[in-house]
Write a protein that binds this ligand. Structure first.
Ligand code: HMG
Ligand code: MG
Length: 300
C-alpha cells in the first residue's frame, strides 16, 4: 500500500549542479535558501570531493558558510573519504553521505577504487561520524545498469546496500544513475534489496534519462518506500556517467504525490519558482514537465 507521507531529499544543489558548467557561489546559496523556503526539509547542498574530479563542487565550504540555516532543515553533503568528511565537519554540515556503487567499473571511474576498497575507505568516515554524532546516509549507484559494464545484477545491489547498512548508514539510497530502469527491472532490484534491507531504510534516486522515473517511483511507493530523491527543475546528471541526464524533477514528484494525497511539505509554486530561478541562471528551460506547464499557465 502507498505511504501517507513521503520525505523528499532535494539533491538539485549537489547532484544537479555538479554537472552544470558554472553557477556562482551566491546563486547556489540563493537556490538553497529558496528550496528551504519552499518547504524542503532535506537539501543536499554540496560535496566535499576532490576539486580535480568535480570542480563544480569546489566551493561547497563557502556555500555552507553562506546559507541561511533553518532549524528544521537538514543540509547534507557527500563525503567520499576522511578528508572530505573533515572538511564537511568544519563546514558544519547537518549530515553526510558516503557513495558506493553496485558496478566495479563505475566505482573505478567515479571514486577511483574498487567496491571493496570503497567500503574500506568508508569505515573511518563512519567511525568519525559516529564519534561526532553525525548521521551518515549511504548511496548505491548503478542499481539497474552501468554506463561502462551494462546490466547490474540485483544481487550485487543487495550486497552493497547491506554492507552500507551494516556499516551504520541510517538510510540507503538506491540510485539508477543512468535512468535505464523500468518497473520490471526496478521491481527485481527492489525484491533483492528488500530481502536484506528493511524498506523503512530505503530511498530511491531515479534519473529521468529515458523518461521512466515517475513510473519507477510509483513502483517504489507501492513497495512502501517513503523517501524519494529528486532535483529541482530536473537538474543534473553525473560527470562519470555520460548521457546521464537529469535527476527526476522535484516538481514532477510533488505533482505526483499531490495527486496521490501523499503529504510531503513542499509548496509546488514556490518550488517551481526556485526551479525557474536556477534555470534562468543556467540559461536553459527547466526539464520538469510540471515546471514548464506551470510556467505556461502563468504567462497565459
Ligand atoms: P584519488 O585521486 O584516488 O584520491 O580520488 P587521492 O586520495 O589519491 O587524492 C588525490 C588528490 O585529491 C589529492 O590532492 C588529495 O588531497 C585530493 P593533491 O595532493 O593531488 O593536490 N583529495 C581531496 N580534495 C578535497 N576533498 C576530498 C579529497 N580527497 C582527495 N575529499 C576521490 C579519489 C574519491 C577523492 C575522487 O575520485 C573523488 O573526489 N571522486 C568524487 C566523484 C564525484 O563526486 N562524483 C559525483 C558524485 S556520485 C553521483 O553523482 C551518484 C549519486 O548521485 C547516486 C546516483 O545518481 O546513482 C550519488
Ligand atoms: Mg544521482
Amino acid at each position: 500500500s502507498l505511504p501517507t507521507r513521503v520525505r523528499i531529499v532535494e539533491v538539485g544543489p549537489r547532484d544537479g549542479l555538479q554537472n552544470e558548467a558554472s553557477v556562482s557561489t551566491s546563486d547556489k546559496i540563493e537556490l538553497i535558501n529558496q528550496l528551504a523556503a519552499a518547504g524542503h526539509s532535506y537539501i543536499e547542498s554540496g560535496a566535499f570531493v576532490s576539486p580535480k574530479w568535480v570542480p563544480q563542487m569546489a566551493d561547497s565550504a563557502e556555500v555552507f558558510a553562506g546559507i541561511d540555516r533553518q532549524a528544521n532543515v537538514t543540509y547534507a553533503a557527500l563525503t567520499p573519504n576522511l578528508k572530505g568528511y573533515e572538511s564537511a565537519k568544519l563546514a558544519n554540515v547537518s549530515e553526510v553521505a558516503i557513495f558506493g556503487a553496485a558496478s566495479e567499473a563505475f566505482s573505478q571511474k567515479n571514486i577511483n577504487c574498487s567496491i571493496a576498497e570503497s567500503l574500506a575507505r568508508f569505515e573511518p568516515v563512519m567511525a568519525a561520524a559516529k564519534r561526532d554524532g553525525i548521521k551518515v546516509r549511504g548511496y548505491v549507484s548503478c542499481v539497474v545498469g552501468c554506463p561502462y559494464q551494462g546490466e547490474v545484477a540485483p544481487s550485487e545491489v543487495a550486497r552493497v546496500a547491506k554492507a552500507l547498512l551494516d556499516m551504520g548508514c541510517y538510510e540507503i539510497s538506491l540510485g539508477d544513475t543512468i535512468g535505464v530502469g523500468t518497473p520490471k527491472t526496478v521491481m527485481a532490484m527492489l525484491d533483492a534489496v528488500s530481502a536484506v534491507v528493511p524498506v523503512e531504510k530505503l530511498a530511491v534516486h531515479f534519473h529521468d534519462t529515458y523518461g521512466q522515473a515517475l513510473s519507477n517511483i510509483y513502483v517504489a511507493l507501492n513497495r512502501g518506500i517513503s523517501v524519494i530523491d529528486s532535483a529541482v527543475a530536473g537538474l543534473g546528471g553525473c560527470p562519470y556517467a555520460a548521457g546521464a541526464s537529469g535527476n527526476v524533477a522535484t516538481e514532477d514528484v510533488v505533482y505526483l504525490l499531490n495527486g496521490l494525497d501523499i503529504s510531503h511539505g513542499v509548496d509546488l509554486n514556490a518550488l517551481a519558482a526556485a526551479g525557474r530561478f536556477i534555470t534562468d541562471k543556467l540559461g536553459k528551460q527547466p526539464s520538469s514537465k510540471v515546471g514548464l506547464a506551470l510556467q505556461a499557465k502563468c504567462s497565459t
